[in-house]
Design a protein around this ligand. Structure first.
Ligand code: SF4
Ligand code: SF4
Length: 472
């Protein structure tokens, strides 16, 4: 029985509720009056239910679809301005006991070299990331009780935060590791992580069990209820995601929004972020074997529909996607992207020959961080290296209430400009620096409050003179 407040996976992600939702969406995909009323509700910018959003996703009326795209763009601008938060993944280990059929790290893959970084190697990777200009990392590791126990993850987080190379520092470590216990989530919280991110992969239980034939991840309920345990362990910010291509996208979309509704219903806070990865090639993995692949156009529609359904939730896209796709999606609601990423273990310090790669997936955007930053600025976006909220204790419901009142915008633009200035001073190429300086000058007048604007002007000068780490 569907119940968003239930703590049981099969009740808050109720299969029949999803089937009925899809039936309802199909029945109304050309119902102009209903679609108009849903778009009118979305214009209030307080979100949509999974049923309403599913109708928009199914909608076949081109003029209404265009209205949804325009609204997604408007919400993106109103809530996130033209800022894009930058991050990079850091792969610690590809040892894994699980059997996920879509991931090259699955335990039965005997061709991929296995590697786990020592603390010394992590230091070298972090220095390389700092030298690129990164301040925010997403930590990745396979699940392996012997090679990657929680103690290893905790020690690695400590190492990462301790490294201060030149003007560099990693100021926020988000963690993407396997579902674990409340006790372990508490330890992660105490280690100072930002967001705990766990992708559901697929919300379709039967497919989930087929795609995860072995290992602890094969337990659908344990995996799906992980975000609840993370929140019970004190982690305020959790991230959701599905791997599009595994199941029917409309099923996943409804499940994803039901999961968000569940978190809101139980904890009073929706997901901090939603990631939208698509399955892509890797060692031992051929995306063609999965028959639910989605086109770029459908992908864009999914992003736009998520944007209008959960305006307060950040949306993340990785270098799995090409620059062309990324550019399109930035206007439809994406607020965070990775840049200069390596998806192999030790990839920031070693060049692996192709036949010995430890990469989790092939990258479609191979540009350096400097190139991505420049590209963003040339397209009118402001790359932001801001990590202020979590460091100022603005997490969970506190963060969401600031978002909902619109007050967070008073912090985001000043922080984006100051962290971009740091980047330009310390890491940018001369060409990127020139474009960035002009961009900052053009954006300062847009800071709404006089006092904040004066403070930023003063701090930009101080950053040029060598001071670092100002924040609102
Ligand atoms: S997706 Fe995660 S759990 Fe599954 S095989 Fe890959 S690393 Fe292991
Ligand atoms: S001020 Fe907070 S919400 Fe805004 S960019 Fe920085 S961390 Fe994100």
């Amino acid at each position: 029985m569907y119940n968003p407040k239930s703590k049981k996976a099969e009740e808050f992600i109720d299969h029949n509720e999803i089937l009925e939702t899809l039936e309802y969406a199909d029945a109304h995909k050309n119902d102009a009056d209903l679609i108009d009323s849903i778009i009118a509700k979305a214009r209030l910018k307080k979100g949509l239910s999974h049923r309403e959003a599913s109708v928009l996703l199914a909608c076949e009326l081109e003029d209404k679809n265009q209205e949804v795209y325009a609204l997604a763009n408007e919400i993106k601008k109103e809530f996130y301005g033209n800022r894009i938060v930058m991050f990079a993944p850091l792969y610690l280990s590809n040892y894994c006991v699980n059997g996920c059929l879509y991931c090259p790290y699955h335990a039965k893959n005997k061709t991929i070299p296995r590697k786990k970084l020592s603390q010394e190697e992590i230091k070298a990777e972090v220095i390389a990331l700092q030298d690129m200009g990164h301040k925010r990392l997403a930590l990745e590791a396979g699940e392996h009780p012997v090679h990657n126990p929680i103690e290893y993850i905790l020690e690695s987080i400590k190492t990462i935060y301790s490294i201060k190379h030149k003007n560099g520092a990693i100021r926020r470590v988000n963690v993407n590791i396997a579902a674990t216990t409340v006790e372990n989530y508490r330890k992660l919280k105490d280690a100072g992580i930002g967001t705990y991110i766990l992708f559901q992969e697929t919300y379709h239980k039967e497919s989930y069990e087929r795609l995860h034939p072995t290992g602890s991840k094969s337990n659908y309920a344990y995996h799906t209820e992980a975000h609840d345990r993370a929140m019970e362990g004190g982690i305020d910010d959790v991230g959701l995601g599905v791997l599009f291509g595994l199941e029917l996208y409309r099923y996943e979309f409804a499940g994803l929004l039901m999961h968000a509704e569940h978190l809101e219903a139980v904890f009073g806070v929706g997901p901090h972020t939603i990631s939208v990865p698509r399955i892509c090639p890797a060692d031992d993995i051929d995306p063609g074997e999965f028959d639910n692949g989605i086109s770029d156009d459908i992908f864009a529609k999914i992003v736009a529909c998520i944007r209008v359904s959960v305006p307060y939730t950040g949306m993340i896209i990785s270098t799995r996607e090409s620059p062309k796709v990324r550019e399109k999606l930035l206007h439809l609601g994406i607020s965070q992207i990775s840049g200069g990423s390596r998806t192999s273990v030790g990839g920031y310090t070693t060049d692996e020959p192709e036949e010995e790669t430890t990469a989790q997936f092939d990258i479609s955007d191979n540009r350096s961080l400097d190139e991505v930053v420049r590209w963003l600025m040339e397209a009118g976006h402001i790359p932001s290296f801001c990590t202020a909220c979590y460091r100022e204790g603005r997490t969970g419901d506190r963060f969401m209430s600031l978002c909902k009142s619109g007050q967070i915008n008073n912090c985001c633009l000043p922080n984006a400009l100051m962290t971009l200035k740091e980047y330009l001073e310390d890491y940018a190429s001369p060409e990127t620096k020139e474009i960035g300086e002009k961009l900052i000058s053009s954006q300062v007048p847009d800071i709404p409050k006089d006092k904040a604007r004066d403070i930023v002007v003063d701090r930009l000068v101080r950053i040029a003179n060598g001071e670092r780490d100002f924040r609102f």
